[in-house]
Design a protein around this ligand. Sequence first.
Ligand code: NAP
Ligand code: ZN
Length: 349
Amino acid sequence: MTTKAYGAHAADKPLEPIAIERRAPGARDVQVDIAYCGVCHSDLHTVRSEWGGTRYPCVPGHEIVGEVTAVGGDVKGFKVGDTVGVGCLVGSCQRCASCADGLEQYCENGFVGTYNGPTRDAPGHTLGGYSQRIVVDEKFVLKIRHPKEQLAAVAPLLCAGITTYSPLKHWNVGPGKKVGIVGIGGLGHMGVKIAHAMGAHVVAFTTSEGKRQDALQLGADEVVVSRDDKQMRAHRGSFDLILDTVAASHSLDAYSELLKRDGTLVLVGVPEHAHPSPNVANLIFKRRAIAGSLIGGIAETQEMLDFCADKGIVSDIEMIPAQKIDEAYDRMVRSDVKYRFVIDIATVA
Ligand code: NAP
Ligand code: ZN
């Protein structure tokens, strides 16, 4: 079915209206009419080919919410009219050890991303949520239990929410734990909310003095302006976990030295240019670790959505029409986002 979308034809071209084809729903497929789609920094990295390997035309978007408008004959879990989400994954092998563990994002045969992933559908790579409609295997569709009026603000949970929830859960964040969140953008603001809801003592690290009050409102117990050495030094050796969401290359040493013995610095930001090599002594002398984490599996994404619905957590969003995507990207590069842009897909007309 011909579907209107916004996409880019090359790394140096702006996004523009394009027509794409969506397959008719197969037996196990769910067709979703998209209401809103969040704008992740990964969309920008991909559209502008900052990581290399972008296939064009590129239609990004993996923070998708909407309504089911058709289901295949074998679909058990969804029916027409359901409010649903689709996140970063639309496929995986379903046979490897990681898939068996519900960790489809680490699929040993390669997961299928919601955009820029392999598919038999035209044009040979997946096209994401900056579009009116998407057709997805029901295994990769999530149920949304938040009140309907919060739907736009739920969209960013599908990537920013799960990408922060998963490492916070994996590294046992909870009462009695001191947790740092670095970079108060889309991921970071969700990290602050979720770590706070898990009961941890939360310290927000920002380069933007102007985000101090907001970070406290989001749930941070303390805010550190990371350019201020004195403020940084006051936290030396004190963190159980620091989650670094920064989308640009920077020194990791300033954070590794804030960890306790056995503490972990978890990287989720994937900057275009590599971080400088970390100081090894910082790690060795206190058995500290630097780790990474990728989004989350489907079961854990559902768990996160239900956790956020129970706790009344949504994203702080700025709604934009599709025509303003490039402007939103430029603002994101300047760290000028409070705290996630969400596209009103009704404007993709
Ligand atoms: P974002 O909304 O642009 O937020 C990034 C934040 O990092 C900014 O708001 C800013 O916060 C801080 N920052 C930016 N430039 C900086 C610099 N030069 N030095 C220090 N701090 C800087 O981006 P996002 O959507 O949250 O995504 C963040 C990163 O995570 C991206 O690289 C994205 O591709 C990646 N990502 C990874 C996964 C995963 O599974 N691992 C999933 C989604 C996204 P302050 O103003 O507070 O300093
Ligand atoms: Zn994302």
